[in-house]
Design a protein around this ligand. Structure first.
Ligand code: ADP
Ligand code: MG
Length: 595
């Protein structure tokens, strides 16, 4: 047993991950195994009965039995037995599939859920490092390869073992010499199917690659269709597509050639076995070593045994693929989310935020986006953050939402390190409007409700009014039930931002963060939103990233970032008296207003 475990460990190291699911469904599997054994034992009864029937006829012809009615009666009984046994075997085969294949579907479902939950836990950095296609593939393609192991591979291995053991014993008990001759082509069959499966697998991987290339190509084309049209480059796109499609077709034909060999190869080897049975068996019959029924019986065995033997190679290749797929899945499952929740008790958040000597460097680009940042905001205050693009504004507020954790300096939430607060509490009490808001392809009201699952109609409308988007929404024929297209294409940039603002407001968060989200609305709308905000955000700590002085005028504090450092800090009245970025911006916008 230890040796067996060692071998198993070596070969199917990765697939051991699914063992926990096998034990979860062990009763179902056990019933499946019993059904398999019963169905195969029954199916292997048929050749025996056929052989017996022929022997009876032969005995009658040789005058060993003289009563024809006795022969007829025997034959009739045999026919009935064959029908009964076949029906029963069919029933058990049905039940075998119902248990084993259904189990594999259940395991597939569990595994997909496991991966999906892991996806939800992983941090932003993980998503930057892995392509979307890869993430999708692991949860669909790879899982279905693993399913082949948990279902069909097990079923075929069982069928094969039972059929081989029972069939072989029955054959040996009749005639050893004929059995050995008959089985000569079988190893050959198994090996050649194995080799063929390998070739088919290799070629189908290439076909898959081309398929995903084609999909990616088209996806990009559909997303960028307005660029393609406005630049008039349809012809070259078509050319590129044709080239790709041609290659894909070639690879498919290449694959089909290998596929087409599968059955002829099987038929050829069955044929060879049958010829051997007839030739060797015939000679034995002539020499009076066996009865005529044995030949027929053996030919039937050959037919029943061929499929399981052919399947050995197929199953081996199936298990190897499953192992490789599970390895890829495990790679994701093993990843420890970078952002950890260390506190499981719910934390009440007041909204005091302090940055102490915070620096932050992005892992992947090695860009130090924040350098020695110090500031503090009291609960209920408003902080405006200004600075050129790339100065680190978004990074700063992403640290507050714990989308990333910093290693240098500390961020305090209500005077305690932010890592000590319950992560879900932090996230659920922050209303975050990102720079580039994302709306789901659902109704507007669902998109707003995203911030608060149980929001009432009244609350939704109130939030939309505060975000100054209510008027736009009721202008749509379906109002709040208007379904947004993929990425919300039916809304303008400004409308999207305002829906996204409504989504943040409805949460009634303790901390509200606006990342440059007023840039796509006109000054007048901005003023309205800011006025509404001033009313509702009295007790909310608010961070506003902006470019317009208007968003900073009423802030309790303003910080100006440049290249990751705070270069100015103070109130509006202080900063307009100070030479620097803020004053320049102020003068410039004053001038624009006058013009
Ligand atoms: P802002 O919001 O002020 O425009 P950001 O905080 O987005 O500035 O960016 C600050 C710096 O960090 C930039 O140099 C930018 O290239 C870099 N940066 C921003 N986001 C990422 C990211 N996700 N990964 C790596 N580098 C980033
Ligand atoms: Mg930004």
């Amino acid at each position: 047993m230890p040796a067996y475990n060692k071998i198993k460990k070596y070969f199917l190291k990765e697939l051991q991950h699914v063992n926990k699911y096998f034990s979860k469904y062990k009763w179902r599997l056990l019933i499946g195994i019993i059904m398999t054994i019963l169905s195969k034992i029954l199916a292997l009864k048929v050749p025996q009965i056929v052989g017996d029937s022929l022997n009876i006829v032969e005995e009658y012809l040789n005058d060993e039995i003289t009563d024809i009615s006795l022969v007829k009666q025997e034959l009739m009984i045999n026919v009935l037995i064959i029908i009964g046994v076949t029906i029963l075997a069919g029933l058990f085969t049905f039940l075998m599939r119902q248990t084993i294949i259904v189990t594999s579907r259940l395991i597939e479902f569990d595994l997909k859920n496991e991966i999906y939950q892991q996806y939800q836990k992983l941090s932003l950095n993980f998503y930057k490092k892995n392509r979307t296609g890869d993430l999708m593939n692991r949860i669909s393609e790879d899982v279905s390869k693993v399913r082949m192991y948990t279902g069909p591979a097990i079923m075929y291995t069982l069928t094969m073992s039972v059929t081989l053991i029972v069939g072989f014993t029955q054959m040996i008990s009749i005639d050893t010499k004929l059995t050995l001759y008959t089985l000569i082509p079988f190893p050959l069959l198994s090996i050649s199917i194995f080799v063929l499966s390998k070739i088919i697998h290799k070629r189908s991987t290439i076909v898959q690659e081309y398929l995903s290339k084609l999909t990616t190509f088209n996806q990009e084309f559909f997303s960028g269709v307005n660029v393609v049209k406005s630049y008039g480059i349809e012809a070259s796109i078509i050319e590129n597509f044709d080239e790709l499609a041609d290659k894909s077709k070639e690879k498919n034909i290449h694959l089909q050639k290998a596929n087409a060999l599968f059955f002829p190869l099987m038929v050829l080897l069955i044929g060879i076995s049958n010829i051997i049975v007839i030739y060797v068996g015939g000679q034995q019959y002539i020499n009076d070593e066996i009865k005529i029924g044995v030949i027929i019986e053996f030919m039937l065995y050959v037919n029943i045994l061929t499929w399981p033997v052919a399947v050995v190679g197929w199953v081996t290749s199936m298990v190897q693929q499953a192992e490789a797929s599970q390895a890829r899945i495990n790679e994701f499952l093993k990843q420890v989310p970078e952002i950890q929740n260390t506190n499981t008790t719910a934390t009440e958040i007041k909204g005091n935020i302090t940055f102490k000597n915070v620096s932050f460097t992005y892992d992947d680009t090695n860009i130090t986006a924040l350098k020695d940042i110090n500031f503090s905001v009291k609960a209920g205050e408003t902080l405006a953050i200004f600075g050129k693009t790339g100065s680190g504004k978004s990074t700063l507020i992403e640290l507050i939402s714990r989308l990333y954790d910093t290693k240098i300096g500390s961020i305090l939430l209500d005077n305690k390190p932010i890592q000590e607060a319950n992560l879900d509490a932090v996230r659920s009490q922050i209303g975050f409007v990102p720079q580039d808001p994302f709306l789901f392809s659902e109704s507007i009201s669902d998109n707003i409700k995203f911030g608060k699952d149980d929001a009432t109609k009244k609350e939704i409308i109130a939030a939309a009014k505060n975000a100054d988007v209510h008027k736009n929404i009721v202008d749509f024929p379906n109002g709040y039930n208007t379904i947004l297209g993929e990425r919300g294409v039916t809304l303008s940039g400004g409308q999207k931002q305002r829906v996204s603002i409504a989504r943040a407001i409805i949460k009634e968060p303790k901390i509200l963060i606006f990342d440059d989200c007023l840039s796509a609305v006109d000054t007048e709308t901005e003023e309205k939103i800011l006025k509404n905000l001033a009313l509702i955000s009295k007790n909310i700590t608010t961070f506003i990233i902006g470019h317009r002085i208007s968003s900073a005028k009423n802030a309790d504090k303003i910080i100006v970032l440049d290249d990751g450092k705070i270069i100015q800090q103070g109130t509006h009245n202080q900063l307009i008296k100070e030479k620097g970025y803020y004053k320049e911006l102020y003068d410039q916008q004053l001038l624009e207003k006058e013009i």
